[in-house]
Write a protein that binds this ligand. Structure first.
Ligand code: ZN
Length: 260
């Protein structure tokens, strides 16, 4: 099942995508609420829809250096336990919206990542709890990063949380097995990143259990699972596309911010 969110008569509404049609979910429906596929109300076609981001997370939890080849390209050691940081939810933008290069940075880079959308509240999951059972689905994501500020600040908050620094795809894909799928990033059509999710140092169930022991994960929260090698600089005028097998794709133009 593919879940999206659209602007519909001055409201934001979740919808299920079936072929080229969208079925509207009940007005008060939230991510993680029960829904039987096919039971929504018919509405506009995909081509006529005005899509927005399909999540409204209380937090975006990210994992740094979760692919060994990416840790190596930045001359960082492979971590012994997940390196967690947060990205501000205000950095979210939709498929097609522009990534804005802030004037404070001269090295903004793409990080194509598999996003995990939590479907059920989880706290202190044990080894015997099903971590995947708390997942609603998966999205394409881009953990856009001001690499120069990440290095100079040491803390990641500023480098990761500028407005527009978290593009995510239109659809939450609920039924895919993403344990070994290809993740690729293209800039202006040329391949920059290419890795398989099976190369993650800490896999998705491990990450969910680990994070749930530091903070409660709520339905709708977003987890970004790290990026493969090949990160590179984005410049105004570029088009950055993230593609994940069996999940979908995400494409954003890049523009310069105000100077000053
Ligand atoms: Zn990242």
């Amino acid at each position: 099942m593919r879940i999206c969110r659209i602007r519909h008569r001055d409201n934001l509404r979740f919808a299920e995508c079936v072929g080229d049609s969208l079925l509207l979910l009940p007005r008060n429906w939230k991510l993680g609420d029960p829904y039987e596929s096919g039971s929504g109300a018919p509405s506009v076609s995909v081509s006529a829809a005005d899509f927005t981001v399909p999540v409204n997370p209380s937090k975006i939890v990210c994992v740094g250096r979760n692919y060994a080849a990416h840790a190596k390209e930045l001359n960082n050691p492979v971590p012994a336990s997940p390196l967690l940081f947060l990205k501000a939810p205000s950095s979210l933008i939709a498929d097609g919206d522009p990534i804005t290069i802030p004037s404070q940075s001269s090295q903004v880079e793409h990080e194509g990542e598999l996003g995990v959308v939590i479907g059920r509240r989880c706290k202190d999951l044990s080894e015997s709890d099903s971590a995947i059972g708390h997942v609603l689905g998966f999205v394409c994501a881009n953990d856009v990063t001001a690499r120069d500020l990440q290095k100079s600040d040491v803390q990641f908050t500023r480098a990761k949380s500028f407005d527009t620094f978290c593009p995510i795809g239109r659809f939450v894909e609920t039924s895919s097995d993403v344990s070994d799928v290809l993740l690729s990033v293209y800039v202006n059509g040329s391949l920059r990143q290419n890795g398989r999710t099976s190369e993650m140092i800490f896999d998705i169930p491990f990450l969910i259990r680990y994070i749930s022991r530091q903070m409660t994960l709520n339905a709708g929260d977003l987890l970004l699972t790290g990026t493969p090698s090949g990160v590179s600089r984005l410049l105004p005028g570029d088009i950055c596309k993230v593609q994940i097998e069996s999940v979908g794709s995400l494409s954003n133009p890049v523009q310069a911010g105000e100077t000053g």
